[in-house]
Design a protein around this ligand. Structure first.
Ligand SMILES: NC(=O)c1ccc[n+]([C@@H]2O[C@H](COP(=O)([O-])OP(=O)(O)OC[C@H]3O[C@@H](n4cnc5c(N)ncnc54)[C@H](OP(=O)(O)O)[C@@H]3O)[C@@H](O)[C@H]2O)c1
Length: 215
């Protein structure tokens, strides 16, 4: 098993959470699936193999070395608040995009400036990174193909940035340092723009690459 884990995925039964869990499990990173319903988490974890576990979101966060947060906007604040005890001192990687569905789906940033900044404000004892916003779950779920694209990462804390970089490499993608958490609003907006591009070209798997950056 990889030293990156265990990685607790809060909201891990969802589209992005399970797609990340499949890729991480494949890379021998131990995964803990979190859910509001521990039975649902256990059943999702069972599909990943013997090393994966399923727990409530709060218990998963408490048991993880690193926490990935992958819940919809409407569930973000209440979910983050429920993690306060388990997340203290740990790296929390926020993937959430503040998408609202009106006549058209659009990004509506919260008062904190971004969801990742909201997480940092609600969990002052955690080390927060923003990442995976432009990574398509459909693309990750296609296990027959290597994943394409870069993953832009924003974090103020060095450990948080390094942990996020490690997870990005483990899923088979290239991490790109996109500065401090104050830039995370741009990642959340970029995800909204990428949804528009996917729709225009009738795709679900497009991503972002930083042109000209050598490995
Ligand atoms: N899907 C993608 O390709 C993708 C890509 C980049 C970023 N993102 C972002 O990642 C986050 C998760 O996206 P997703 O598509 O994986 O979402 P999702 O499948 O709709 O939901 C993820 C999980 O969140 C939990 N959840 C749903 N509604 C909730 C509520 N009202 N209260 C508490 N928990 C709730 C559910 O888990 P339980 O029922 O098991 O608790 C669900 O399985 C979103 O912020 C999204 O914008 C998604």
């Amino acid at each position: 098993m990889s030293a990156l884990g265990p990685v607790a995925i809060v909201g891990g039964t969802g589209r992005l959470g399970m797609a990340l869990a499949r890729r991480l499990s494949r890379a021998e990173v131990q995964v803990i699936i979190g859910s509001r319903d521990p039975a649902k988490a256990k059943s999702a974890a069972a599909s990943l193999g013997a090393a994966a576990r399923g727990l409530s979101n709060a218990d998963a966060a408490a048991a993880g070395r690193v926490i990935v947060l992958s819940v919809p906007y409407a569930a973000h604040r209440v979910t983050v608040e429920s993690l306060a005890a388990g997340a203290a001192g740990k790296v929390v990687i926020d993937t959430a995009v503040p998408l609202v569905t009106g006549e058209v789906q659009h990004v509506d940033l919260p008062p904190a400036g971004s969801l990742a900044l909201e997480t940092a404000a609600l969990l002052p004892d955690a080390k927060v990174a923003a990442a995976f916003h432009t990574v398509s779950s459909a693309m990750l779920n296609d296990l027959e193909r290597p994943p394409h694209g870069d993953v832009l990462i924003c974090a103020d804390d060095t450990n948080a940035k390094e942990a996020a970089e490690g997870l990005v490499r483990a899923v088979g993608m290239r991490p790109v340092d996109a500065g401090g958490l104050s830039h995370s609003h741009a990642l959340e907006h970029l995800a909204g723009l990428l949804l528009v591009v996917n729709r225009r070209y009738r795709r679900r798997d497009l991503g972002i690459t930083i042109a000209g950056l050598e490995d």
